[in-house]
Each structure stands twice: as C-alpha cells, then as structure tokens.
Design a protein around this ligand. Sequence first.
Ligand code: CU
Length: 457
Amino acid sequence: MTTRRSFLSGAALVGAGMVSKAAIASLPEAATQSSAATMPPLMPPNGRPYNPVVTLNGWTLPWRMKDNVKEFHLVAEPVVREIAPGMTANLWGYNGQSPGPTIEVVEGDRVRIFVTNKLPEHTSVHWHGQRLPNGMDGVTGLTQPGIEPGKTFVYEFVAKDAGTFMYHPHADEMAQMAMGMMGFWITHPKLPSQHAVDRDFVFLLNAYDIDPGSYTPKVNTMLDFNLWTFNSRAFPGIDPMVVRKDDRVRIRVGNLTMTNHPIHLHGHRFEVTGTDGGWVPPSARWPEVTTDIAVGQMRAIEFVADAPGDWSFHCHKAHHTMNAMGHAVPTMIGVDHSGVAQRINNLVPGYMVMGDKGGAMNGMQMPLPENTLPMMSGQGPFGGIDMGGMFTTLKVREGLAHGDYQDPGWYQHPAGTLAHEWAGELPPAPRAPGMAQEPASGAGALNVRRGGAMHHE
Ligand SMILES: [Cu+2]
C-alpha cells in the first residue's frame, strides 16, 4: 500500500493506494448528476484541446487541473436511475448515475483519479483496455486491496493511447456489474484533427433482471435478464442520435452485459474503425450494417450520414428490443382460441387472448404492475413502434443550424418516398413449385387463420 509520503510525492506512486486524511482534505470536488438526460458535450476548459463526445443519456465528469495533472473524483455509491419514464431502478453507480460519467482525457495526459467508496462492500476500479502500471490495474486482491466502504483510493497513470475504453469494478464483479457499475473512458488523440468526426456518440450496453413491481436487480442472474439497455436506459427512454446530413458520425459502444449484441444500423453502411485494442488501420476495415459486440468488447463504428430520415439503430436479437416480460409463453399464432377464452373468462374475468395474430401487443392496454415497462412500446408518427430495450433512432436532417442537435421531431418524407396501402390491381403472387396453389390473394395470415378456424368447432 502506498504511504502518504509516496502519494504526495506523486512520482513514487506505483500502485493504487489509500488516500490519507490530509490528502482527503484537498480532494477535487465530486461532481454529481441527478438527470438521465443526454448532457451537451463538455468543452475542455483547460489542458489540450479535443473534440468532446456525446454520452447517450449520460454526461462527462469535470476535472481539476493540478500541476498539469488532470484530477478526477469518482464516488461509487447507490443511485436511483430512471430506466425509462415509468420505471426507476435502485442501482449502484458513480456520482449519482449508472453508468458513471464518461471520463475524457487526451493522449499523453497524466491522470489522477480519486475513488471514494460509499457502497456497503469493498470495490475497485479497473481501467479496461489501458496500458498502465500493473499496480494501477484495479484488480482486487491481485494488484491492490479492495477499497473498503468509506475509504478513498487514488489511481494515477499516463493515458498512453488514444482510443475507446471503459471502467468497471474488479471486486464482487458479478454483483457490482449486475447493479450497474461501469462507465466510459475516451482518450482523445493529441492532434484534434486526427480521427476527427462531426458527431461522436458513446454508450455502454447493459442488462438487468428486475422483476416487474420491484426496483433492485437480481444480482445472481446469469443469462435470463429481462431489461436490455443502452446506458441503463430502455426504449422509449433512449434519446435519438441527431446528426446533420453529411456529418461524419462515430458511435462507440462497449458491452458489459453477459451476452453478445449484434448492433444494427438502418439506411447506412459503416466501418468498424476502432476497438478497445486501438484504431483499425484503414486497409483492414470492411463495410458492415451490423457489428457483433462480444462481452467485454468495445467497437467504434463510423459512417457519413448521407441519408436523411429516422433510421433504426438497435440490437438485432429480437428479444433484446423488448422490455420486461415472461418468456415461458407458448406460441399461439394461428390458434383461434376465442371460444376457449370465453370459457376461461367465465372463471377468470378479464382473461385475454394473447398472440393469436402474432405478437403485436403494442396496442393492448393491459394494466401493468407498478414500476415496469411495457414489453414493446414507443409511439412513432405512424403508430406503435413495437420496440423496447436496445433500440433508438439515428435522426439525419438537412439544414440543422450548426451546433443545434436538439430532437428535430419526426422525419417528413418527401412525396413519393413513403410505403403506403395499395388498393389497385395486383400482379400475380406465384407460389413455390409443388405448393398447393391458392387464390392470388397472397394473404398468408388469412390462410393461417382459416386453418386455425378448422380446429374451432
Ligand atoms: Cu442484444
């Protein structure tokens, strides 16, 4: 453990160490945030200039410059996070929010981070992806003792590499990450023109298991999580990403859930330009519209937003774009059980047939238990969006004023560019050879329902 003397001398600091009483008196202020809204990017007030990122439904931690060292103060503590309007969760996080604030520094910066533990158990902070002295790596028991409740530790290192990183505890990890302890770290290049983009979004993927009607995640869940979130927000609680037409856009995503997430963007092609291991050389990039982000990975994707519109941006695992639900439900598509429902209704008033025409439950106004979210919701200009969880939109607009990235509302489609109902004459809809030839209605759903009706006598 570092002594007070070696801490104060700075240069002798080789491992994360407890901070003495005298030093605590001079800790930088621990900024705190009570809102889950997306905060405007924090323009650097001192130090080397850089182009700040936008943390989706989050914020950037201010620092204090002291003797040319950027000093940050993280406080690990219980927080209340609004997952989406209508649902809050009792999580653990940093400085009032989960995830914690984004830390932004510049390549070559010397950084000192004070970590105060206000949790009921010990913790530590691991700076995922960074090359740093071993004793600053934040692994409880291996490179430092745990930070006990009420104690403050200090980490200090030089941010060697520009890139995309994250921080999280390496202490009672399964419980602390299931409770939401994690945050983003960006090291900007020394030259602001290097890797420059117009819009640079960052967020973490996280997952929680919170029973409807309760507030605290179940920390022993291994796979069957029921809330899939971007930065601890579920759609429709996730802000849209607003960009100007022809902006070069970067979206950096880190995955601290327990499964992979194929993240998919509509209407554009992108390249993976960075990982938590650094920048991908241009010769090694290939076009994608979906990139799979494995557990513990980070991916930076880049593209030119050249197509105006409201474009979906989501995880492609369909159950990850849903909110809390029961999964042990049989598939009822094609089964006409209205007669059965009537009989059940005599026994259980209010019983409702679910899923006989597919899963579109957005229109169903079921009473929900307290503190949960509908499985699929979100209202768009044409009705229900039938999405929850890991879903938001990329809003590309022409003619936005410089620096004005407020939500511009829904996209107005130019005449002739919108799918619409057709009431005119139809071309034939041939069926696969060998199939029974049906009348050319092509309405498969009707056939299914007709099949279902045969069972109903
Ligand atoms: Cu997913």
